[in-house]
Design a protein around this ligand. Sequence first.
Ligand SMILES: [Zn+2]
Length: 190
Amino acid sequence: MLTKQNHQQDILHNLLSDSSPHILVFLSEQYGLRRVPGLSKEALIERILHHLPEEELPLLKNDLIAARFGSLPIDQLVDMALQHADGKQKPRLDQVSPTEAILIEGGPYRWVYTMRGHDVVIDLKQRQLTCDCHFFRFASRQQALCKHLATALKLLPEVYARDVLIDLLVSRQYGGPQTPGWHFERRPAA
Ligand SMILES: [Zn+2]
């Protein structure tokens, strides 16, 4: 599908642009492109995008994502997702203790918690994050988490939490206008 491809290309292009020329040279050789000395960064990127077989582009994208996010612990991924997309400092948040969270519905694709009177939904299939707190009204415009969603993500099985957080951070930091991002909803779906 064309849109899907554009979206992949946007992310891949932005990930490559965020890599140093040395890494681009290294990757070109890793993926079997002959070394051409003296290419500019932009030329290296164009060469990778146009000369790699179509089916290897997703592998390259995954390599670049793993290199950036793969070794980060969950707590650090959550902290990054709490930062607002425009890079402004997040307001200081009180911690919500995980013991205050009550699981209403649990996995494997949708989790619902209630904590401190707020309903929190994490839906992997719809790619939707929901909280009805006041803070999330502002945070959601910046595609950033509130403390309730942050707490809920730390309670999820790690493999799913990593999926959500990395996917969220990649589409927020490296997505283009075409990239389908996560939906930040302020009201739980009926
Ligand atoms: Zn909240």
